[in-house]
Design a protein around this ligand. Structure first.
Ligand code: GTP
Ligand code: MG
Length: 204
């Protein structure tokens, strides 16, 4: 995907704070610290556009990014970080809930899980919810650089099995360090958001 200009447009908590422009949107969900913001930066060829957390569990807002006025990326707060208070967790799930259930231009979800671990209880809940809303989705298995090549297949099968992924749902092994999986992920995003631009697809 050729990107000329990507920018942060809005930080939001409440619905009224979401940007009003109607671009197709892809939202990124996953456990806190799984690598959502790093993955967004990798897709956009930027080092620090999306803030990478120095302390896990800190991102409490939704961040919206505009890509060439064609597409919007939405970095949702991470869930499931053990060390935050229950009241804070409830606020986070409310923030995620409200966004996912109310945003009309949401076209797809990229769910991110850590390739090294079996999906958590929270991941399973999130996935069931995505299925129940019948939202187009793909799964990116992050931190690929942290496992040996020989383990990839086994880890992907485990993630498939634990999440009970729908038939045909792709799990894309991904690394923000090596950028492995970037082109494949972009292809899926372009298709699922309806942003089909053949020249860009072939040009990543
Ligand atoms: P929250 O905003 O707290 O929910 O976290 P996040 O999911 O946005 O994760 P973030 O991108 O901030 O990354 C968390 C940590 O994991 C950082 O130290 C990153 O550098 C590291 N990290 C993210 N992706 C990768 C990856 O593919 N490989 C490796 N080795 N480290 C990664
Ligand atoms: Mg983040």
């Amino acid at each position: 995907m050729n990107i000329n200009n990507s920018k942060h447009v809005q930080t939001a908590v409440r619905k009224e704070q979401y940007p009003i422009e109607i671009l197709p949107e892809a939202a990124f969900v996953g456990r806190s610290n799984v690598g959502k913001s790093s993955l967004i930066n990798t897709l956009l060829n930027r080092k620090k556009l999306a803030r990478v957390a120095s302390t896990p569990g800190k991102t409490r807002q939704i961040n919206f990014y505009n890509i060439d006025d064609k597409l919007s990326f939405v970095d949702l707060p991470g869930y499931g970080y053990a060390k935050v208070a229950k009241s804070t967790k409830d606020t986070w799930s409310d923030i995620i809930d409200t966004y996912l259930t109310s945003r009309k231009q949401l076209k797809m979800i990229v769910m991110i899980v850590d390739i090294r671990h079996s999906p958590s209880e929270h991941d399973i809940m999130m996935y069931k919810w995505i299925l129940s809303m019948q939202l187009p989705h793909i799964i990116a298995a992050s931190k690929l650089d942290k496992i040996p090549r020989s383990k990839i297949k086994e880890r992907v099968q485990d993630i498939n099995k634990v999440l009970k992924t729908d038939d045909g749902i792709k799990i894309i092994p991904f690394s923000s360090e090596t950028k492995h999986g970037k082109d494949e992920l972009w292809n899926e995003i372009v298709i699922n958001t309806g942003l089909i631009d053949e020249s860009s697809v072939n040009n990543t």
